[in-house]
Ligand binder design. Structure first.
Ligand code: PLP
Length: 432
């Protein structure tokens, strides 16, 4: 077997099996596989060729390539940060009680929860009584939109907003080809609520939420900002001025399943039952999750204050420059407008076989990247965000999203560029 075929074979085995994401995980996997093979052999059972192949694949891959999977899908979920993990473990040990319980252990848990609420309110610039902890940005958005009938929502909102306004008197605010939604006035009618996200999850394009808030204020319209992709990547300061803000911890290194809603102190209950969250959301609070979320956010905010974004923005820009130079026919979505420092969304050049999607090949080559939409020839519909930007269904079928995290290095971006080139070669796409 020639070297290239051997490597391809190894990679195929790894995609089918669990993929080690670090050397230590790889070693653990190899040891487990080796032990399993030995046990089978000792028991006199015939060793499954698949297990043996997997073991050999692991050993060869680790020794020859030593390449862990590079994760470029942080807009889907940012892995738990060390700070958040420590805060979570600390919280479950120190505050095991129910924060609604009257005994001292319960009161200690409640005090920790209120302390976290206050710290989050300071970062957003709002009152602590305006924060309700939720299960995430979906729950928060659903709760806001359930309260309004006459709404204007941007055409590029997350499905948790778009799906919440079905059947309502809703107007879609159009997107420019750049991915920017601009609202300068209410020419046709004045809605009760405007919903515009702070940063788009698919393209990373930053939205003019401050300007939109000002227009809404002028006309006495409530403003909801889904800040799920902004929070923890851009400064949170100022968001507290919006009537409603949603966010979730797992986009910035906190745990999944915990988030918040900034809303008026007298907002109707999101969930009914007990008196938790000042009667605005019944159900025992996720104390450890909240503490981990706030610790993760504070860490991100500190990094932003220390100027960590400048270098990261340069790495992204360098990647984009070299990427478009290397791949004739590829283009970056939202090029020329302000975008999150971590997100590059692209339309890849055409390939002969659409079914061999870039994301699958990249995965096999060791890069976890994302596609916002499927091949136009497939069953899935093209992304509503790209459609709103005027991208054709054919082009949308070749959309790829690379989204970095706080731990992504300059080296990782450069490795990604090499990975894209390798994928292009494998798919027969011309390189410059
Ligand atoms: N809003 C935006 C912009 C998002 O990117 C996401 C998650 O992808 C959500 C809302 C929903 O977040 P969650 O799934 O944590 O509720």
């Amino acid at each position: 077997m020639c070297a290239a075929r051997l490597v391809r074979h190894i990679e195929r085995v790894f995609v089918d099996k669990s993929i080690p994401t670090s050397a230590s995980e790889g070693i653990a996997l190899g040891v487990r596989k080796f032990a399993a093979v030995r046990r089978k052999r000792q028991a006199g059972a015939p060793v499954l060729p698949e297990s043996l192949r997997s073991y050999i694949a692991f050993a060869v891959t680790l020794t020859l390539t030593r390449r862990p999977v590079l994760y470029f899908d942080h807009n889907a979920t940012h892995p738990l940060s060390e700070t958040a993990k420590r805060a979570w473990l600390d919280a479950v040990e120190k505050f095991p009680a129910n924060p609604s319980s009257p005994h001292r252990a319960g009161q200690r848990a409640d005090a920790a929860l209120q302390n976290a609420r206050g710290r989050l309110a300071v970062l957003l610039g709002c009152g602590a009584d305006e924060i309700v902890f939720t299960s995430g940005a979906t729950e928060s958005a659903n709760a806001v939109l359930a309260q309004f009938e006459d709404v204007s929502v941007s055409a590029i909102e997350h499905p948790c907003v778009i799906e919440s306004v079905r059947g309502k008197s809703a107007r879609l605010l159009p997107s420019a080809a750049t991915g920017v939604v601009a609202l300068s006035d209410f020419s046709e009618r004045t809605p009760h609520l405007v919903s515009l996200m702070a940063a788009n999850n698919e393209t990373g394009v930053l939205q003019s939420w401050r300007e939109t808030l000002a227009v809404c204020r002028e006309h006495g319209v409530k403003f909801f900002c889904d800040a799920a992709q902004w929070i923890g990547r851009m400064p949170a300061a100022g968001l507290g001025a919006c009537d409603f803000v949603s966010g979730c911890a797992h986009k910035f290194g906190g745990p999944q399943g915990v988030g918040f809603l900034k809303c008026p102190a007298n907002f109707p209950p999101l969930l009914r039952g007990g008196p938790q969250e000042e009667g605005r959301r019944a159900g025992t609070e996720n104390v450890a999750g909240v503490l981990a979320m706030v610790a993760a956010l504070e860490e991100c905010e500190a990094a932003i204050r220390d100027g960590a974004l400048d270098a990261r923005l340069k790495w992204r820009e360098e990647f984009e420059r070299e990427f478009t130079a290397a791949l004739p026919g590829a283009r970056v979505l939202g090029a020329g407008v302000a975008r999150l420092w971590n997100t590059v969304s692209v339309i890849m050049p055409e390939t002969a076989d659409c079914r061999r999607r870039w994301v699958v090949v990249m995965d096999r080559l060791g890069f976890a990247v994302s596609t916002g939409s499927a091949c136009a020839s497939g069953k899935e519909k093209p992304s509503h965000v790209l459609t709103a930007m005027g991208v054709s269904p054919q082009d949308a079928g070749r959309a790829l999203r690379f989204s970095a995290g706080w731990g992504t290095t300059h080296y990782d971006w450069r490795a990604l560029l090499d990975g894209v080139k390798d994928a292009a070669r494998e798919m027969g796409v011309a390189l410059a």
